[in-house]
Ligand binder design. Structure first.
Ligand SMILES: *Cc1c(COP(=O)(O)O)cnc(C)c1O
Length: 398
């Protein structure tokens, strides 16, 4: 059959890649949505798990699988699944593991959208929820019900930098047959090996420190129990929580420098916290490695010296002082994210916590003068100068 030009342009898609003995050092990017099988028998083998391969990208694709394998290695886990965002990963855990009538406990200082999911969305699906102060395992124990299925915690809370009573809650969870889900985004596997501290399920916003360049939105979830892993992967495929291959490829590239970025950012954070603590106009600095942190001993026991890159602080004065501070440090992006390779500054009262009343924010210590810093890998001398200028400007106004 003679082929017209249009038809030829389609059939050449099926030509093989040039073969060779050489292996690429850079990771390949595979954006294909579908994968051809060799025969109906071959497709059967794929679906039944007798053969390795791909069918349709919503169910899985090579770039998601390679990224998941690398995060598995960091977490000491098996069978993790990469999804389209950190919230997609938390969604897959909730939809995959919970039924109507179940009950979920969460920390009252979870990431904002996790809080919203527990407060508003799971109850709409007849999954009961209770939010408690997770710095005290007795509060979590008081919230347990016979139908409690999961407890969702972050080790270090955002932006208040409080440390959850992980050991106490893990012991309770084990004794009562409740699954402990740890959102390890802030702490990362570098500071906190969640499985060894009793987690049954680990989730990540890969968007943050793991990918590290604010150019990919991704999440990851893994469970100890193979049935839970399968349920999470099925929820991801059914509810369409699929990650983009390009984002996975970017995150994989970011992950290669994760350890280096993390170590440098952590050193910077410790030095910056100590530097700003003594400046005029500073009311308090929150960093888990400082002796004046409210849970400094627990932080030492849980984090083994890996105190992370997140620092919060409060300056005297209201909104005017806050505006002056941000305007006096133009080289630090004022942006509500964390985990970028560069330092970013956020103001929870006008971003993550703007939905709360001023009284609700005050109860958490989030005043107009409260800032959260995600410290990056810059030269520490530059960071010290930049923050000293911002804090001095706030002091002049406040
Ligand atoms: C950002 C974040 C999330 C949500 O991740 P996305 O990738 O933005 O959906 C969840 N938990 C924590 C602790 C986060 O910081």
């Amino acid at each position: 059959m003679a082929q017209g030009h249009n038809t030829r342009s389609i059939t050449i898609r099926r030509m093989a890649w040039p073969a060779g003995e050489s292996l690429p050092i850079g990771a390949p990017l595979q954006p294909s949505v579908v994968y051809g099988a060799e025969s109906p028998d071959g497709l059967d083998d794929l679906y039944e798990g007798r053969a390795e391969g791909w069918t349709y990208a919503r169910e899985g694709h090579p770039n998601a699988a390679t990224l998941a394998a690398r995060i598995n290695a960091l977490e000491g886990a098996e069978g993790g699944h990469v999804m389209g965002s950190g919230m997609a990963a938390i969604t897959a855990v909730m939809l995959g593991l919970c039924q109507a009538g179940d009950h979920v406990i969460g920390s009252d200082q979870l990431y904002g959208k996790s809080l919203k999911m527990l407060r508003d969305d799971l109850p709409r699906l007849a999954i009961g929820t209770t939010l408690v102060d997770a710095t005290d395992a007795a509060m979590v124990e008081g919230a347990l019900r016979p139908e409690t299925k999961l407890i969702l915690l972050e080790v270090v809370s955002n932006p208040t930098i409080r440390i959850a009573d992980i050991a106490g809650v893990a012991a309770l969870a084990r004794a009562r047959g409740v699954k402990l889900v740890i959102d390890n985004t802030f702490t990362t596997p570098r500071a906190f090996q969640a499985y060894t501290h009793g987690a049954d399920v680990i989730v990540h916003s890969v968007t943050k420190l793991l990918a590290g360049h604010s150019d990919a939105t991704l999440g990851y979830a893994v469970a100890r129990d193979p049935a839970d892993r399968a349920a999470i992967a099925m929820a991801s495929a059914t509810w369409g929580l699929t990650p983009s291959p390009f984002d996975c490829w970017l995150a994989e590239r970011g992950l290669f420098s994760f350890d280096l970025r993390y170590d440098r950012a952590e050193d910077n954070a410790a030095a910056l916290a100590d530097h700003i603590a003594d400046l005029p106009g500073i009311l308090r600095v929150l960093y888990p490695g400082r002796a004046d942190h409210p849970e400094s001993i627990r932080a030492r026991d849980l984090l083994a010296g890996r105190y992370g890159n997140m620092v919060s602080f409060e300056v005297r004065g209201g909104r005017d002082a806050a505006n002056a501070l941000v305007r006096a440090m133009p080289n630090v992006p004022f942006a509500p994210t964390l985990g970028d390779i560069g330092t970013t500054l956020s103001h929870p009262a006008t971003s993550s916590h703007r939905g709360l009343s001023p009284a609700g924010r005050a109860a958490m210590g989030i005043t107009e003068g409260f800032f959260r810093v995600s410290v990056g890998v810059e030269d520490i001398a530059v960071l010290k100068e930049e923050f000293a200028a911002g804090i001095a400007a706030a002091h002049d106004v406040g």
